[in-house]
Ligand binder design. Structure first.
Ligand code: CA
Length: 224
């Protein structure tokens, strides 16, 4: 199994890496978000161990990006930020598990075994909102059995919103999930994708609404 370890405390990273390699995992290492994104784009990982407090931002902002490119990926957040709200944020963002630092190596290895035992297609569940059914694994939207034909980026926006339906998705998370890291993000581009998506969903009778939360992000809600 190939693991991406994202951690900026070099001593901890070295210890973890050695322990994981003793378990015969192949370990790649990144010490910041930007290098982690590059690594994830280049290689197929099965598991990401993700620190939160990184020099260039919160590790959690990477979760939607990783999920978008590899829905079956297991993600375990490793963080000293262990309040209930921090852990809820981590799991809501799509992490499979959240381990609070300091932790024992034995516990980490046990958690790794646990996430690996979960079916690889955990994310395969169809999500429903209004009359829209979204297949997260294949990124396909259907309404009454009819496939909704959407461009890839609009599908990505929809996937990110529907995964957290009823909750606000940060603008930054949407931009990262949609545009990746190699495109120039123009300030109105996300909004244009959203307005096209809204129109198409309404035309198709999806029964969902996408609300703008000013200055924060967007929220998708299905009509009851
Ligand atoms: Ca850190």
């Amino acid at each position: 199994m190939r693991i991406l370890l994202v951690e900026d405390e070099l001593q901890l990273a070295g210890t973890l890496r050695a322990a994981l390699e003793r378990e015969r995992f192949v370990v790649d290492f990144a010490d910041r978000l930007s290098t982690a994104r590059e690594a994830a784009a280049l290689a197929a990982f099965e598991l990401v161990l993700l620190d939160r407090t990184l020099p260039d931002g919160d590790g959690l902002s990477l979760v939607p990006v990783l999920r978008a490119s590899n829905p079956g990926l297991a993600i375990i957040v490793l963080s000293a930020r262990g309040d209930v709200s921090d852990r809820v944020a981590g799991l809501d963002e799509g992490a499979d598990d959240y381990l609070i630092k300091p932790f024992s190596l034995d516990e980490l290895l046990a958690r790794i075994r646990a996430v690996r035992r979960r079916p690889a297609d955990l994310a395969n569940d169809d999500v429903r909102a209004g009359s829209l059914i979204f297949d997260l694994t294949n990124e396909e939207a259907t309404i009454a059995g009819k496939r909704l034909d959407l461009p890839r980026r609009e599908l990505r926006v929809l996937a990110a919103l529907i995964r957290r339906r009823g909750r606000t998705v940060l603008r930054e998370s949407l931009e990262q999930a949609v545009f990746g890291f190699d495109d120039e993000i123009q300030s109105n581009t996300l909004d244009s994708h959203i307005s096209r998506l809204r129109r198409k969903l309404a035309d198709a009778g999806a029964g969902v609404e996408i609300h703008a939360i000013r200055g924060v992000g967007y929220l998708l809600r299905g009509e009851a």
